[in-house]
Every structure is written in structure tokens, then in C-alpha cells.
Write a protein that binds this ligand. Structure first.
Ligand SMILES: [Zn+2]
Ligand SMILES: [Zn+2]
Length: 116
């Protein structure tokens, strides 16, 4: 094998590895539980649904390290805690936790529609 082929092969290997790493990083950064741009929360006191992005969420715990492991305080009323929630894909109802039907399938607790 001459040096030129060796060089080409090593360049090809670097390009392929780089592509795999980029693919891995971009796919692992997608969290299926999170909506685009953040997570939906509902305040337990004022009841306002709000989308908190990851940066705001992380910043809160940076500023309030004593709150780690607890729910974030509502930035609107500063009284309630924020419960992370989900939106019903059928009617757009907001719920914190899905209910289960007798057969174990998840169901929206508001409109009682089975969730996909
Ligand atoms: Zn609130
Ligand atoms: Zn629903």
C-alpha cells in the first residue's frame, strides 16, 4: 500500500467517524418528553400553563441551589410550584399525569380519550 492510498483511507475514516458522531449527538439531544423549545408546566397556585425552556429551567436551579430536587417555583405568582405536564394529542387538554384504563392503556384524564 503506498502512502497516498493510506492518506486517503485515513481521511475517509475521519469523515465517516465524524458523521457518526454528529448523528449521535444530534439524535441523543432530542428528548421525546419535551416539546419544541421547552417543557410545559402548570402552576399549582395560579393554574397558568407555561412553556419553560431548558435554559430558564436550568437557570432557576443555578440561582436557587437549595431548590434542587424540588419543583420550580412559578415565575408569575412566585407562590405555586410548577408541575410538568403533557398535552393531550387529541383535544389539547393539559394534564400532569395520564390515567389508565382497565386494560392498562393510557387515557387523557380530562376528555377520557385513549392516548396513542
Ligand atoms: Zn403561579
Ligand atoms: Zn384530552
Amino acid at each position: 500500500m503506498n502512502d497516498k492510498i493510506k492518506l486517503l483511507l485515513s481521511i475517509a475514516a475521519i469523515v465517516i467517524c465524524g458523521g457518526i458522531i454528529i448523528n449521535f449527538v444530534s439524535s441523543s439531544s432530542r428528548d421525546p418528553d419535551q416539546l419544541d423549545g421547552g417543557t410545559l408546566f402548570k402552576c399549582t397556585a395560579c393554574g397558568v400553563e407555561q412553556l419553560i425552556d431548558n435554559k430558564t429551567h436550568g437557570q432557576f436551579y443555578d440561582d436557587n441551589p437549595n431548590m434542587l430536587g424540588q419543583a420550580m417555583v412559578c415565575p408569575l405568582c412566585e407562590k405555586g410550584k410548577l408541575a410538568s405536564g403533557l398535552k393531550c394529542p387529541v383535544n389539547g387538554c393539559f394534564y400532569v399525569q395520564a390515567e389508565q384504563m382497565a386494560d392498562g392503556r393510557p387515557v387523557c384524564p380530562k376528555c377520557k380519550t385513549p392516548l396513542p
